[in-house]
Design a binder for this molecule. Sequence first.
Ligand code: SF4
Length: 235
Amino acid sequence: MLSIITAFGCKYDCRGCIHWNISKVCYPTTFWQNPSWQKALAMNVGTEPFSVSGGGDPMNAFNDNVDFWHYLEALCQVSNLEYDVHTSYDEIFKLVKKEKKVEATVRLWHPDVNMRKNDKMTIFEFEHLRKVVFHLRNQYVSIPEIGNVETRFAYVVDDKATIDGLERLEKEIPERCKLSYRELVPCGEVKPPKPDVDEFARSVSERRAGAIYVEQKDYNKYLWPDGTIKTKFLS
Ligand code: SF4
């Protein structure tokens, strides 16, 4: 699967976040308007669903980047594609309707409060959204059911994870939702988990239907904002 790395920043400040490595390069948030990026996308997207993730949170400053989402939706319409969104923002899912077409009000996060007041409450439809992969930061966050859009919770297992904590998480996540534990991409001060916690996380499929452990080597192709394709997240 092709994964689009965005450069939209993030409102959170998680320790050891890969986002900061990307930010150092200062990609413009208009990267997707570059014809060479669009060409790289067209050449690598194939016919399978693709994902939108990374580089902070793709849902950050949603109203400022709504043209990017329109571009993706138009691409999906023309090429009969669907996409997954990787995010830690639950706000948008509080607004969606329980329909096949997911709708959300744009401009919700405009930095100027006056702009929010004057907002015309435009509706944007996530018409080709197939799956939400919701990245949990420290604890479980409830997000509503979104029509027939699959919800998968993803949790990176690091040195702060405990077996008790993972057990609690597995109980909190509703049956209808899937769960992935993810192998840590070493970054900054964050270290891998203790061996017993690591073993417990890797065996999650034995405890829960549809649950998986995602290893670093399981990752796929990444399209970076500069139009390059990488097969490792930080290669
Ligand atoms: S939510 Fe994700 S992108 Fe944002 S700071 Fe945390 S790890 Fe980084």
